[in-house]
Design a protein around this ligand. Structure first.
Ligand code: PMV
Length: 354
Protein backbone atom coordinates (compact mmCIF):
# COMPACT_ATOMS: atom_id res chain seq x y z
CA UNK A 1 0.00 0.00 0.00
CA UNK A 2 1.39 3.41 -0.94
CA UNK A 3 1.29 5.93 1.84
CA UNK A 4 0.82 9.46 0.55
CA UNK A 5 1.03 12.66 2.58
CA UNK A 6 -0.07 15.98 1.16
CA UNK A 7 0.87 19.26 2.85
CA UNK A 8 -0.36 22.53 1.45
CA UNK A 9 0.44 26.07 2.56
CA UNK A 10 -0.45 29.60 1.49
CA UNK A 11 1.66 32.35 -0.05
CA UNK A 12 2.09 35.56 1.89
CA UNK A 13 2.15 39.27 1.35
CA UNK A 14 3.77 41.70 3.73
CA UNK A 15 1.29 44.50 4.30
CA UNK A 16 3.56 46.66 6.43
CA UNK A 17 7.11 46.76 7.77
CA UNK A 18 9.25 44.67 5.38
CA UNK A 19 12.98 45.36 5.77
CA UNK A 20 12.37 47.20 9.03
CA UNK A 21 11.36 43.87 10.55
CA UNK A 22 14.90 42.58 9.97
CA UNK A 23 15.99 45.12 12.61
CA UNK A 24 13.34 44.23 15.17
CA UNK A 25 10.67 46.70 14.05
CA UNK A 26 7.12 45.52 13.70
CA UNK A 27 5.59 44.06 10.54
CA UNK A 28 2.15 42.87 9.52
CA UNK A 29 1.72 40.07 7.00
CA UNK A 30 -1.13 37.95 5.74
CA UNK A 31 -1.74 34.71 3.90
CA UNK A 32 -3.24 34.94 0.42
CA UNK A 33 -5.25 32.48 -1.61
CA UNK A 34 -2.39 31.08 -3.69
CA UNK A 35 -0.96 27.81 -2.47
CA UNK A 36 1.96 25.44 -2.70
CA UNK A 37 1.43 21.70 -2.29
CA UNK A 38 3.97 19.02 -1.40
CA UNK A 39 3.10 15.35 -1.87
CA UNK A 40 5.37 12.77 -0.25
CA UNK A 41 5.01 9.10 -1.07
CA UNK A 42 7.14 5.97 -1.21
CA UNK A 43 8.90 4.72 -4.32
CA UNK A 44 10.70 1.53 -5.15
CA UNK A 45 14.18 2.86 -5.79
CA UNK A 46 16.32 4.05 -2.91
CA UNK A 47 16.79 7.79 -2.28
CA UNK A 48 14.71 10.86 -2.95
CA UNK A 49 13.18 11.72 -6.28
CA UNK A 50 12.01 15.32 -6.44
CA UNK A 51 9.68 16.87 -8.95
CA UNK A 52 8.81 20.55 -8.89
CA UNK A 53 6.24 22.32 -10.98
CA UNK A 54 5.97 26.00 -10.48
CA UNK A 55 3.03 27.17 -12.49
CA UNK A 56 3.59 28.74 -14.97
CA UNK A 57 7.30 29.34 -14.80
CA UNK A 58 9.26 26.13 -14.62
CA UNK A 59 9.38 22.44 -13.98
CA UNK A 60 12.29 20.33 -12.81
CA UNK A 61 12.93 16.85 -11.54
CA UNK A 62 15.98 15.27 -9.98
CA UNK A 63 17.25 12.34 -7.94
CA UNK A 64 18.97 12.83 -4.62
CA UNK A 65 21.01 10.01 -3.08
CA UNK A 66 20.87 6.43 -4.12
CA UNK A 67 21.22 7.21 -7.76
CA UNK A 68 23.39 9.66 -9.55
CA UNK A 69 22.35 13.19 -8.52
CA UNK A 70 21.32 14.74 -11.77
CA UNK A 71 19.02 17.60 -12.56
CA UNK A 72 16.58 16.87 -15.35
CA UNK A 73 14.97 20.16 -16.20
CA UNK A 74 12.06 19.70 -18.53
CA UNK A 75 11.98 23.36 -19.24
CA UNK A 76 15.36 24.98 -19.36
CA UNK A 77 15.03 27.10 -16.28
CA UNK A 78 17.93 27.89 -14.03
CA UNK A 79 15.95 29.42 -11.17
CA UNK A 80 14.76 25.94 -10.34
CA UNK A 81 18.05 25.54 -8.48
CA UNK A 82 16.63 27.90 -5.90
CA UNK A 83 13.57 25.80 -5.17
CA UNK A 84 15.72 22.67 -5.02
CA UNK A 85 18.06 24.31 -2.51
CA UNK A 86 15.23 24.57 0.04
CA UNK A 87 14.14 20.99 -0.50
CA UNK A 88 17.69 19.65 -0.17
CA UNK A 89 18.27 21.64 3.00
CA UNK A 90 14.94 20.41 4.42
CA UNK A 91 16.05 16.81 3.87
CA UNK A 92 19.47 17.46 5.40
CA UNK A 93 17.99 19.31 8.39
CA UNK A 94 15.39 16.64 9.16
CA UNK A 95 18.02 13.93 9.08
CA UNK A 96 20.30 15.86 11.42
CA UNK A 97 17.63 17.18 13.79
CA UNK A 98 15.26 14.18 13.98
CA UNK A 99 17.29 11.36 12.47
CA UNK A 100 14.72 10.74 9.74
CA UNK A 101 15.19 10.09 6.06
CA UNK A 102 18.79 9.14 5.61
CA UNK A 103 18.22 7.81 2.13
CA UNK A 104 17.46 4.27 3.28
CA UNK A 105 14.07 3.97 1.64
CA UNK A 106 12.73 5.46 -1.56
CA UNK A 107 10.82 8.70 -1.21
CA UNK A 108 9.03 10.67 -3.88
CA UNK A 109 8.56 14.41 -3.29
CA UNK A 110 6.30 16.27 -5.68
CA UNK A 111 5.86 20.02 -5.35
CA UNK A 112 3.24 22.05 -7.18
CA UNK A 113 3.13 25.77 -6.70
CA UNK A 114 0.87 28.63 -7.73
CA UNK A 115 3.29 31.13 -6.20
CA UNK A 116 5.47 33.07 -8.63
CA UNK A 117 9.18 32.94 -7.77
CA UNK A 118 11.17 35.93 -6.56
CA UNK A 119 7.99 37.97 -6.36
CA UNK A 120 7.99 38.70 -2.64
CA UNK A 121 5.17 36.23 -2.10
CA UNK A 122 7.05 33.84 0.13
CA UNK A 123 7.60 30.91 -2.25
CA UNK A 124 10.78 29.88 -0.39
CA UNK A 125 9.14 29.79 3.02
CA UNK A 126 6.14 27.98 1.58
CA UNK A 127 8.47 25.33 0.14
CA UNK A 128 10.22 24.90 3.51
CA UNK A 129 7.04 24.70 5.61
CA UNK A 130 5.20 22.29 3.33
CA UNK A 131 8.25 20.06 2.73
CA UNK A 132 9.08 19.82 6.44
CA UNK A 133 5.47 19.19 7.43
CA UNK A 134 4.94 16.51 4.79
CA UNK A 135 8.22 14.70 5.53
CA UNK A 136 7.71 14.77 9.31
CA UNK A 137 4.24 13.34 8.89
CA UNK A 138 5.52 10.74 6.42
CA UNK A 139 8.26 9.57 8.80
CA UNK A 140 5.91 9.65 11.79
CA UNK A 141 7.61 12.44 13.73
CA UNK A 142 5.07 14.19 15.88
CA UNK A 143 5.30 17.90 16.49
CA UNK A 144 3.03 20.90 16.73
CA UNK A 145 2.66 23.80 14.31
CA UNK A 146 5.07 25.91 16.30
CA UNK A 147 7.80 23.30 15.89
CA UNK A 148 7.18 23.06 12.14
CA UNK A 149 7.41 26.85 11.89
CA UNK A 150 10.72 26.85 13.77
CA UNK A 151 12.11 23.99 11.65
CA UNK A 152 11.13 25.77 8.44
CA UNK A 153 12.59 29.05 9.63
CA UNK A 154 15.93 27.36 10.45
CA UNK A 155 15.99 25.85 6.96
CA UNK A 156 15.22 29.16 5.29
CA UNK A 157 17.96 30.83 7.33
CA UNK A 158 20.47 28.12 6.45
CA UNK A 159 19.83 28.57 2.73
CA UNK A 160 19.57 32.35 2.45
CA UNK A 161 21.54 33.64 5.43
CA UNK A 162 18.92 36.26 6.31
CA UNK A 163 15.23 35.76 6.89
CA UNK A 164 12.82 37.23 9.38
CA UNK A 165 10.27 34.75 10.77
CA UNK A 166 7.42 36.48 8.86
CA UNK A 167 7.17 34.23 5.82
CA UNK A 168 7.41 30.88 7.57
CA UNK A 169 4.91 32.05 10.21
CA UNK A 170 2.33 32.96 7.58
CA UNK A 171 2.81 29.76 5.60
CA UNK A 172 2.37 27.78 8.80
CA UNK A 173 -0.48 29.60 10.50
CA UNK A 174 -2.25 31.38 7.65
CA UNK A 175 -4.41 34.36 8.63
CA UNK A 176 -2.56 37.43 9.84
CA UNK A 177 0.70 37.58 11.72
CA UNK A 178 2.59 40.43 13.28
CA UNK A 179 6.23 40.29 14.19
CA UNK A 180 7.77 42.50 16.80
CA UNK A 181 11.37 42.22 18.01
CA UNK A 182 11.51 38.84 16.31
CA UNK A 183 8.44 37.57 18.19
CA UNK A 184 5.65 36.15 16.07
CA UNK A 185 2.08 36.92 17.10
CA UNK A 186 -1.06 35.60 15.41
CA UNK A 187 -3.75 38.24 14.95
CA UNK A 188 -7.05 36.44 14.95
CA UNK A 189 -9.71 39.06 14.44
CA UNK A 190 -8.72 40.98 11.32
CA UNK A 191 -11.13 40.88 8.38
CA UNK A 192 -10.57 39.89 4.77
CA UNK A 193 -9.14 42.36 2.25
CA UNK A 194 -9.36 42.21 -1.53
CA UNK A 195 -5.99 43.26 -2.90
CA UNK A 196 -4.15 43.34 -6.18
CA UNK A 197 -0.63 42.02 -6.42
CA UNK A 198 1.37 43.11 -9.44
CA UNK A 199 4.54 41.14 -10.22
CA UNK A 200 6.92 43.00 -12.43
CA UNK A 201 9.53 41.46 -14.67
CA UNK A 202 9.51 37.75 -13.95
CA UNK A 203 12.66 35.89 -14.91
CA UNK A 204 12.58 35.01 -18.62
CA UNK A 205 13.06 31.39 -19.61
CA UNK A 206 15.97 32.42 -21.81
CA UNK A 207 18.01 33.81 -18.89
CA UNK A 208 21.14 31.82 -18.11
CA UNK A 209 21.11 29.65 -14.99
CA UNK A 210 23.76 31.62 -13.09
CA UNK A 211 21.95 34.94 -13.48
CA UNK A 212 18.56 33.43 -12.78
CA UNK A 213 19.70 31.90 -9.53
CA UNK A 214 21.38 35.17 -8.47
CA UNK A 215 18.02 36.84 -8.94
CA UNK A 216 16.42 33.96 -7.11
CA UNK A 217 18.39 35.04 -4.06
CA UNK A 218 17.84 38.75 -4.56
CA UNK A 219 16.34 39.30 -1.10
CA UNK A 220 19.71 38.61 0.50
CA UNK A 221 21.45 41.11 -1.76
CA UNK A 222 18.84 43.80 -1.17
CA UNK A 223 18.91 43.29 2.60
CA UNK A 224 22.71 43.64 2.49
CA UNK A 225 22.45 46.90 0.56
CA UNK A 226 19.98 48.30 3.08
CA UNK A 227 22.44 47.37 5.85
CA UNK A 228 25.23 49.33 4.17
CA UNK A 229 23.01 52.37 3.74
CA UNK A 230 21.83 52.09 7.31
CA UNK A 231 25.41 52.13 8.55
CA UNK A 232 26.19 55.21 6.44
CA UNK A 233 23.11 57.17 7.50
CA UNK A 234 22.64 55.76 10.97
CA UNK A 235 20.63 58.52 12.68
CA UNK A 236 18.42 59.11 9.63
CA UNK A 237 17.70 55.41 9.27
CA UNK A 238 16.96 55.08 12.99
CA UNK A 239 14.23 57.71 12.55
CA UNK A 240 12.86 56.06 9.40
CA UNK A 241 12.73 52.74 11.23
CA UNK A 242 10.82 54.26 14.13
CA UNK A 243 8.30 55.80 11.71
CA UNK A 244 7.76 52.39 10.12
CA UNK A 245 7.05 50.93 13.55
CA UNK A 246 4.40 53.57 14.16
CA UNK A 247 2.86 52.96 10.72
CA UNK A 248 2.45 49.25 11.45
CA UNK A 249 0.86 49.97 14.83
CA UNK A 250 -1.60 52.43 13.28
CA UNK A 251 -2.32 50.06 10.39
CA UNK A 252 -3.31 47.22 12.72
CA UNK A 253 -5.65 49.65 14.47
CA UNK A 254 -7.11 50.83 11.13
CA UNK A 255 -7.75 47.21 10.13
CA UNK A 256 -9.52 46.51 13.41
CA UNK A 257 -11.64 49.65 12.88
CA UNK A 258 -12.37 48.76 9.23
CA UNK A 259 -10.91 52.16 8.22
CA UNK A 260 -9.71 51.27 4.71
CA UNK A 261 -9.05 54.85 3.65
CA UNK A 262 -6.55 55.22 6.46
CA UNK A 263 -5.13 51.76 5.79
CA UNK A 264 -4.49 52.73 2.16
CA UNK A 265 -2.84 55.98 3.11
CA UNK A 266 -0.57 54.16 5.53
CA UNK A 267 0.40 51.74 2.74
CA UNK A 268 1.42 54.65 0.54
CA UNK A 269 3.44 56.24 3.36
CA UNK A 270 5.14 52.87 3.97
CA UNK A 271 6.02 52.80 0.28
CA UNK A 272 7.72 56.19 0.63
CA UNK A 273 9.92 54.80 3.38
CA UNK A 274 10.86 51.79 1.27
CA UNK A 275 11.86 54.20 -1.50
CA UNK A 276 13.95 56.14 1.02
CA UNK A 277 15.92 53.05 2.01
CA UNK A 278 16.60 52.26 -1.65
CA UNK A 279 14.55 49.17 -2.46
CA UNK A 280 12.15 50.60 -5.05
CA UNK A 281 13.32 50.17 -8.65
CA UNK A 282 11.99 52.42 -11.39
CA UNK A 283 9.21 50.25 -12.77
CA UNK A 284 7.81 49.34 -9.38
CA UNK A 285 7.83 53.03 -8.53
CA UNK A 286 5.88 53.83 -11.69
CA UNK A 287 3.35 51.09 -11.04
CA UNK A 288 2.70 52.35 -7.53
CA UNK A 289 2.28 55.90 -8.80
CA UNK A 290 -0.09 54.86 -11.58
CA UNK A 291 -2.21 52.82 -9.14
CA UNK A 292 -2.48 55.80 -6.83
CA UNK A 293 -3.43 58.10 -9.72
CA UNK A 294 -6.08 55.66 -10.93
CA UNK A 295 -7.84 55.79 -7.58
CA UNK A 296 -6.26 53.12 -5.39
CA UNK A 297 -6.78 53.68 -1.69
CA UNK A 298 -3.14 52.74 -1.24
CA UNK A 299 -0.22 51.10 -3.03
CA UNK A 300 3.26 49.99 -2.08
CA UNK A 301 6.10 47.68 -2.85
CA UNK A 302 5.75 44.41 -0.96
CA UNK A 303 8.49 42.04 0.19
CA UNK A 304 12.12 42.73 -0.51
CA UNK A 305 11.41 45.15 -3.38
CA UNK A 306 13.96 45.19 -6.17
CA UNK A 307 17.07 46.71 -7.67
CA UNK A 308 17.34 48.16 -11.16
CA UNK A 309 20.74 46.46 -11.36
CA UNK A 310 18.94 43.12 -10.94
CA UNK A 311 16.32 43.79 -13.58
CA UNK A 312 13.90 45.61 -11.28
CA UNK A 313 12.07 42.36 -10.51
CA UNK A 314 9.64 42.61 -7.61
CA UNK A 315 6.02 43.11 -6.63
CA UNK A 316 3.59 45.79 -5.63
CA UNK A 317 0.51 45.54 -3.47
CA UNK A 318 -2.55 47.65 -4.16
CA UNK A 319 -5.62 48.29 -2.03
CA UNK A 320 -7.76 49.12 -5.03
CA UNK A 321 -10.97 50.49 -3.53
CA UNK A 322 -13.47 50.87 -6.40
CA UNK A 323 -10.71 51.14 -9.04
CA UNK A 324 -9.56 47.54 -9.27
CA UNK A 325 -10.52 46.90 -12.90
CA UNK A 326 -8.92 50.08 -14.18
CA UNK A 327 -5.71 49.50 -12.25
CA UNK A 328 -5.49 45.89 -13.34
CA UNK A 329 -6.01 46.75 -16.99
CA UNK A 330 -3.40 49.52 -16.93
CA UNK A 331 -0.82 47.29 -15.22
CA UNK A 332 -1.40 44.39 -17.56
CA UNK A 333 -0.92 46.61 -20.60
CA UNK A 334 2.35 47.75 -19.04
CA UNK A 335 3.49 44.13 -18.67
CA UNK A 336 2.83 43.26 -15.01
CA UNK A 337 1.48 39.86 -13.95
CA UNK A 338 -1.63 40.86 -12.00
CA UNK A 339 -3.30 38.73 -9.36
CA UNK A 340 -6.51 39.35 -7.46
CA UNK A 341 -5.89 38.06 -3.98
CA UNK A 342 -7.89 37.66 -0.80
CA UNK A 343 -6.13 37.96 2.52
CA UNK A 344 -6.29 35.86 5.66
CA UNK A 345 -6.37 32.40 4.03
CA UNK A 346 -5.94 29.03 5.69
CA UNK A 347 -2.49 27.94 6.93
CA UNK A 348 -0.80 24.53 6.78
CA UNK A 349 -3.15 21.70 5.85
CA UNK A 350 -2.05 18.07 6.00
CA UNK A 351 -3.94 15.22 4.36
CA UNK A 352 -3.08 11.56 4.62
CA UNK A 353 -4.08 9.06 1.95
CA UNK A 354 -3.28 5.34 2.04
O1 PMV B 1 10.57 39.42 -0.95
P1 PMV B 1 10.59 38.43 0.15
O2 PMV B 1 9.39 37.53 0.19
O3 PMV B 1 11.89 37.66 0.20
O4 PMV B 1 10.47 39.25 1.52
C1 PMV B 1 11.58 39.83 2.13
C2 PMV B 1 11.16 40.60 3.33
C3 PMV B 1 12.31 41.24 4.07
O5 PMV B 1 11.74 41.95 5.16
C4 PMV B 1 13.08 42.21 3.20
C5 PMV B 1 13.29 40.22 4.60
C6 PMV B 1 12.72 39.34 5.68
O6 PMV B 1 13.31 38.26 5.87
O7 PMV B 1 11.76 39.72 6.37
Amino acid sequence: MVKKIRASVPAKVILFGEHFVVYGKSALATAINRRLTVDVSSREKRGYHIKIENIPTFGLEMNLLGEEERALPYKDYGAATKAIAYVKESIRYLEERYGIGGGVEGVEIEIKSEIPLSAGLGSSAATCVATVAALKEYFGVSGDLEEIREDAHSIELAVQGVASPVDTAISTYGGYVSVEKGEVKRLLHLGELNLLVGCVGSIPLSMDAQKASEIGFKTKKIVEQVKVRKETYKEIFDSIFDISDEITTQAIRAMKDGDFVKLGELMSINHGLLDAIGVVPRRLSEFVKVSQELGALGAKVTGAGGLDAMGGIGSILVLPGESGDRIKAAMEVAGALMMDVKTGGEGLKIEIAT
